[in-house]
Structures are given as C-alpha cells and as structure tokens.
Design a protein around this ligand. Sequence first.
Ligand code: FRU
Length: 485
Amino acid sequence: MSKAIENAAEAVEKDIQKASGSPYRLGYHIMAPARWINDPNGLIQWNGEYHVFYQHHPYDVKTGSIHWGHVKSKDLVNWEHLPIAIAPDKEYDKSGCFSGSAVDNNGVLTLVYTGHVEEDGVITETQCIAESTDGIYFTKHPQNPVIAHPPEGASHDFRDPKVWKHEGKWYMVIGSQKNKLGNVHLYESDDLLSWKDRGAIVKSDGKLGFMLECPDFFELEGKHVLVFSPQGVKAEGDKFQNLYQTGTLVGEFDYANAEFKYGEFTELDAGFDFYAAQTFKDDNGRRILFGWMNMWEAHMPEQEHGWAGALTIPRELTFNEEGKLLMKPVKEMELLRGKKFTVGPMAVSGTEKLEIAGDCLEIIAEFSKENASSFGLNVRCSEDGQEKTVIRYDAADEKIVVDRNQSGAGEGGVRKVKIKSSNTIKLHLFIDRSSVECFVNDGEAVMTSRVYPKASSTGIELFVESGEVNLLSLEAWNLKDIWAR
Ligand code: FRU
C-alpha cells in the first residue's frame, strides 16, 4: 500500500467513530467510512463480485484532494469497505484522481480516471490508468497520462472517462468543453494506452450547458443511451430545478462514422439530490445505475458529524413499451427486508397515522385515485406534527410532489414531476435515516432527496385532501442496517 493511501486511511479513521454515531448515518447506502464522497466511479462486476468506487476526500467533510474510495459486494446490497484504491500522489494527478470507470482487461481490473492538477492558477486534466490483479491494490501505469491533452481547440475541462469494449476495440466517452459549450467526445483504442479522438458525439448548443460531466454511453434494448451530467442547463417549469442536472439522450449510434442521432434531453430523477450517475452491465445482462445522492453546493448537515455524501441504491434501467426509460430498484433490495406490515385494502379520507414506524423502511403503496384532489404519504413524521416529508399526488395537474419544507435540518423546497394519466398511483419508497427515494408507477418517475429529521421522527401517515381514495394495498418492511456494528 502506498504511503499516500496509508496516510489517507489514518486520516479517515479520525472521524469514523463520530460518523457512525451520527443520527443521519445511512443504514443501507454506500458511504465512505467517514468524511466526504461524491460521484460513483468504476462500477463493475469483476470475478463475480460487484465493485463500486467513489470520489472520496479522506482529509475533510468537504471536497478537496480527491482519492478513489472502494467497496465491494457479492449481492449488490451487503457492502464491505476496502482500502482506498488510488490517491493523488503523482505529478499528473497531484490535485485529485477525478471520476472515471473500470474495465476488465484480460483479467486485470483497470481503472481509467482523470488526473487533475491545479498549479499557479492553471488547471490541467489528463486521462490515466491504474491496474490491479487482486481487485484491492492498484498500480498506476508507467505510461500515464495515456491521454495527455484535451481535444483540439478545447478548454482544460476534460474529464470523467467511461470506457467499454465493442467488437474487440476499446471506446471511451469523455466530457469536454469548447467555446464555453459542453460536449462529449468519443475516443478509440486497441490497448487502453494509445487513444484516437473520433470527435464529438454530442455538442451543447447552449441549451445543454457549458460542461457535460460524467458521460456514460451504452446500448440498451437496441437503442443507445447517453447518461450525462450537464452544468448550466436552465430551469424550465418543474424541470432542471437543481444546480446541475443528470439525464439522458436516447437514440441511434453508428460506430463506423461516430454519429449519434438523439432526441430530447430528459432528466433521470426529479428529486433534490441526484448527480453524476454511472451505470454498468452485470453478469446477468442488467444495466444497473448508481448516482451520487447529493448536489454540489447543497447544505449537508451530516458534515457536523464527520461525514458527507452517499450513493443512491442500485437501480435497474429498462424501457417500457412506449420507449420511456424506467429506473427501478434492483430486485436484490428485497434481501434487506425484515419485519413486514400490511395495510388495506381500505378507503381513506383525512389523515391516518399508520402502525408502521421507522427510519430504515421500504413502503409500497398503491392507490386508486377516485375523487380526491390530492393524497399521499407523510414520512418521517414527528409526534407533534411539526416534522414530516410529504410525498403527494396532485390530481389536477397529474404531478407527484416531494415537499421537504418540514423535513427538519437541511434545505427545504418542493420538487414536482408530471406523470402519465392513470387511475392508480403506485409509490415505492426507500427511507433511510437521511434519505428518501421515491419510485413512482414502477419507475416511470423517481425522486431522490436527502432529509434531516430528528431521529425520533419516525411516523408514517396516509392523507387525503378533500374526497376519498382507495388504498388498494400497502406493504412495508423494516430494512436491515448493513453497517450496524
Ligand atoms: C462531478 C465532478 C466530475 C469530477 C468530479 C470531481 O460531480 O465534478 O466532473 O471528475 O466531480 O470530484
């Protein structure tokens, strides 16, 4: 293990006790043992095991000199921490090992990442490689950086390589910027060391912003999907409300002339805290996504407790019959289920407190909307009614609303998303101490938010504002705390 990694591990250790005692500490999400994390990196199933890396600052609860943290799992839900994989200890990455991906190169687990250097006010970003044969300890390649310069005429913003293999060749998509507009370049290689620029496959015309971070490009059910995180997209009604966005372009791609024909930019998650998502294909052929469950510049109350940031639960991507991209919790989440509760079927009017309570819960509630103007679930409710996080369906405009104005510490606000007309509304919630992930109508819309209620605010309520709804069914489970000591 390098000295830089040993030092980093010692630094993190100083906040582990404080972090594990934090009332906001999550029970079944990926976090660093303590201190700062941001983007998911290097997602891969390698030798049968799932590996997830993440942007990690071991020296503080805010971003700084970025390392790659590392966890692995046999089943996508029970994770174990591994030593920090790479530290910024070389001339070419000395200010940070920025985001990137992982591939299996003939049995060698190979990380491809951005070396970030800031010196005398000048920023340089290059692409680098680190290799491991045991999946734990990594060695940086002597030929680093393997891409030493941004594309012709581009700015220094050149980062977040996502690499995959197609018909015997390696390909990479990477975020870059030219004339203050973001774009995604495609590169090609035979050996991961020498790369050829095939040009931009997506260029912002201004509407897509000034920088496209964390691109990821893959084929799904015969279509090509680019997941990426643009900076500088303007808010448009309910859409694009966060500081930065993460979304998709779906279309057709032709490798021969590197041409991508695509439709509208669509946000992937309409909540408050979702960014820099990445995907991988697992051994079962599923396309699985993790996002960073925070937003740049957001207030993160857990920082007072020696940690900051987490990844979302893993989500499977599929298309529905209408060609809409769906995001659903992976089936393995069921492995976390403990005690089960059921409610209904029954008619609901007014507000009804349920027997179920908790801060690590899964809830699946299906409603038939009848004549109610709005209805839904209040979660993380306090006894005195002062605290609650509201998940509501508004019938007049057919929108799902997440209202965290009474969610406790942290930022308030409201997010809304329009859903397709339907008589039944299914809300599938994953509640974890300081997060709520809400999957609507089997993945048609997803809203992910951090919330910071008091530990004692564990109540769950059903509510209907004017009129009546039928609760067709409600199932809930206590979920396991995988990090419990
Ligand atoms: C996205 C991002 C990436 C960069 C990383 C740095 O959140 O800004 O573009 O590689 O974070 O930590």
